[in-house]
Design a protein around this ligand. Sequence first.
Ligand code: HPA
Length: 273
Amino acid sequence: MTSIIERLDKTVNYIRSLSASKPAIGIVLGSGLGNLIREIEIETEIEYDSIPYFPVSTVEGHHGRLIIGSIQGKPVVVMAGRFHFYEGYTPQDVAYPVRVMKALGVQTLLISNAAGGLNPAFRVGDLMILQDHISLFTINPLLGKNEPELGERFPDMSEPYSLTLIEKGEQIAARLSINVKKGVYAGVTGPTFETRAEYKMLHLLGGDAVGMSTVQEVIVARHAGLQVFAMSVITDIGIREELNTITHEEVLQAAREAEPKLTSIFLELVKQL
Ligand code: HPA
């Protein structure tokens, strides 16, 4: 089998053959949160399907692409469409693009996602800056042989989300008069939304929001030494007593509505990096 180092080399050589850009900022956009793409001065767009060793899409007609370009003059690489564990990808596949970003020169990773609210003070449409996460039932993407070239065997996770970037994010939000919460993201596999008992449990365990992405990407980003900033859009409120259903459409709709706030914070943050 081709080693991870060889695979990364081939992936990066292919991307470099199409773009000479040296992005220092990588961005992963969550479900219903793709509007930031409109702010990119696009240099190159590469279909995931055409990139050697990129995970192969499991969803018919759902082809993501890697966008290389600049935002506010800063070179960026943006994933339009991410890979989720619940789609059947391995945890290593889910996080592979983060390794590719690192190999392209990325030092800072910005991530957005849609999440369910566990903190009773949260409302649909709120934004939450991730201070920390709890990996629950997600599989660690670093399981298996460690490749010292990519990072250490036992990475420290005391600061998964950069304290400096959290502070910057809060300052930007205040300046733009955008109300943001801070909290702990509980990462689960999905694809089911949680039962009422599970929402309650996740809150008791210390989660403020719950979602099906991000954690594996952040683990690999920290392994690779990237600094990370992540924000959730609260798209539904899980913790509530009354019987009440959650649909994917509702999640997407809430994400779309809150998106302009998130996009303006990300834009300003990119400017300041
Ligand atoms: N649970 C898990 N993942 C989610 C949710 C939720 O309530 N909302 C958006 N992503």
